[in-house]
Design a protein around this ligand. Sequence first.
Ligand code: PGA
Length: 247
Amino acid sequence: MKDFLYIANWKMAKPFTQALHFVKNNKFKLAKLAQSHKTVICPSFVSLYPIIQELQNTSIKVGAQNCSAFAPGAYTGQVSAKSLKEVGCSYCIIGHSERRQYNHETNEEIAQKLELLLKNELQPIICIGESEQAFKNKKTKPILTEQLQPLLQILQKISFKKPIYFAYEPVWAIGSGIIPSNDYLSEITRWLGQQCTTQVPGLDIRIIYGGSVNPNNAASLKAIESINGFLIGSASLDFQKLKKIVS
Ligand code: PGA
């Protein structure tokens, strides 16, 4: 059985009280699930600390959905990788397409975040993916190459002992219920893995998939050899759905 990672990206969907209730109500079931399946929950910033406290002594890991591209300093409203490490996060998502879209994040800024995560020993979950337009124009690989370049430059200069996750998330598959074909996903994720390992040999890079993963398509997606995990949005908000995807 391959080493598969399940990441619940709660986005801004669960406000503080709801997020905490979810964890308290499902704590033992979640803990049981995580004993045999690597599971990460990514709530919003303010929920991180209480959730980490609640899940102490379980195998469930907690991750953030973003971090600042700067080290601690005069950056109003931002949260540093250092703070995330101090509150007990293990992972951090960066480069999500919603941040690229609504916060105009650039590939270079995302690379700066990657550098700070590595320096603070947080495991990065780096999102990349093409728009629907790029997909239709058969520009997926050039777009991914552009997104990868500054990231791989960082990975070339900083060594890191734990696996680094690249989440391939075609923008048109996020929240749309549309899933690329298995053949397409297999080709792109294998190609991504090759790009990473040829440019940064020796690094433990894993490719995961995100975009409309649900209990009905999970088994078929898991069968794709080059996919080593899922980044799950809306289906992760419901414990029963999450459980069905994981197990
Ligand atoms: P979705 O979101 O599962 O709701 O499509 C995935 C993501 O944005 O990470």
